[in-house]
Structures are given as structure tokens and as C-alpha cells.
Design a protein around this ligand. Structure first.
Ligand code: HEC
Length: 142
């Protein structure tokens, strides 16, 4: 009986712990990881470390942390160009819009994956968030 009790205790502890750390659910993270590997990692590299002075890091990126998530969604969906500073280094490149073959679910998942990897703040991006940003852009709002 005592062993059984300990097992229950352990299981509930593990459950409570995983709920606490999981800002993003497992399926979203897996989907996001796939999109990341298939697309973003070409430039930002496998562990988000970036590449020389051309591709800024996503790992522990202060830029990412300090932008509202709407702005990050907009950059990924519609592209980003011009001078930015990431972790004290200056970049002045061009990120193209994400190919339209990716679904809103893919976009939400990959940004959530980036936000929940490599020491980033753990923000969750939903499909709703992505649709709002797209709608706002269409309406001509920045
Ligand atoms: C073809 C190369 C390329 C691909 C693919 C790419 N990016 Fe970028 N990304 C860039 C460049 C270049 C910049 C910097 C743009 C500038 O200097 O204004 C950038 C900037 C960023 C930034 C803001 C700066 C930072 O480091 O925090 C984020 C966030 C970002 N990319 C996320 C993504 C995500 C997520 C994907 C995949 C969905 C992706 N990028 C795919 C080239 C790329």
C-alpha cells in the first residue's frame, strides 16, 4: 500500500510539473519543430544560434523578447528588413515573407516553438493571433 501511495504521489508531482512548464502543448511543439527544421533553420540554424553577421540568433534573442508578439508574427508572415540590433549585434538584412503554402497552424506552431526554446520567454501564439495579424495587415493597419 505504501508503495502504491508513493507511486501516486510521484505521478501527480510529475503531472503538476509538466503542466507548470508547458506553456505550449506537445503537439504544437512537435509541429513547430518540424516547420522550424524544414524552413527557419536554413538561416537561423538548428539551435537558433544564427549565422555570422547575416542571420540573427533566435536563441535568447533580446529583440524577440522585447517585441510584442503581434510584431513578431508580422515579421515572420510578411517579412522583415532594415537595421535591427539583436543581443548587441547589428543586422541589416532581409527576411522574406513565409511561403503561403504554410498554414496558419504552422505559423502559430513555429513561432510558439521558437518562443519556447533556447531560453526564450515561453510565449504562446495561437492560430487566432496569426489570423488577427493577417487581418490587420489587410486592413492597411500597421
Ligand atoms: C532565408 C533566410 C531566413 C529564413 C528562412 C528565416 N529567417 Fe528570420 N530572419 C532572417 C534575417 C536576414 C533576419 C534579419 C532581418 C533584418 O536585418 O531586418 C531575420 C530576423 C528574424 C527575427 C527577428 C530578429 C531576431 O533574431 O530575433 C525573427 C524573430 C525571425 N527572423 C524568426 C524566423 C522564423 C520563426 C523563421 C521560420 C518560420 C524564420 N525567421 C525564417 C532570415 C531568415
Amino acid at each position: 500500500m505504501k508503495t502504491l501511495h508513493s507511486v501516486f504521489l510521484l505521478v501527480s508531482l510529475v503531472l503538476a510539473w509538466s503542466v507548470a512548464i508547458a506553456g505550449a502543448d506537445k503537439a504544437t511543439m512537435e509541429r513547430g519543430a518540424k516547420v522550424y527544421k524544414g524552413y527557419c533553420s536554413t538561416c537561423h540554424q538548428a539551435n537558433g544560434q544564427g549565422l555570422s553577421t547575416i542571420y540573427p540568433p533566435l536563441a535568447k534573442s533580446d529583440y524577440l523578447k522585447n517585441q510584442p508578439k503581434e510584431k513578431v508574427i508580422e515579421s515572420v508572415v510578411f517579412g522583415l528588413k532594415g537595421p535591427i540590433t539583436v543581443n548587441g549585434k547589428k543586422y541589416n538584412g532581409v527576411m522574406n515573407p513565409m511561403p503561403s503554402t504554410y498554414k496558419d497552424e504552422d505559423i502559430a506552431a513555429v513561432i510558439t516553438y521558437v518562443y519556447n526554446s533556447w531560453g526564450n520567454p515561453g510565449t504562446v501564439v495561437t492560430v487566432e493571433d496569426v489570423r488577427k495579424v493577417k487581418a490587420a495587415k489587410k486592413g492597411g493597419k500597421k
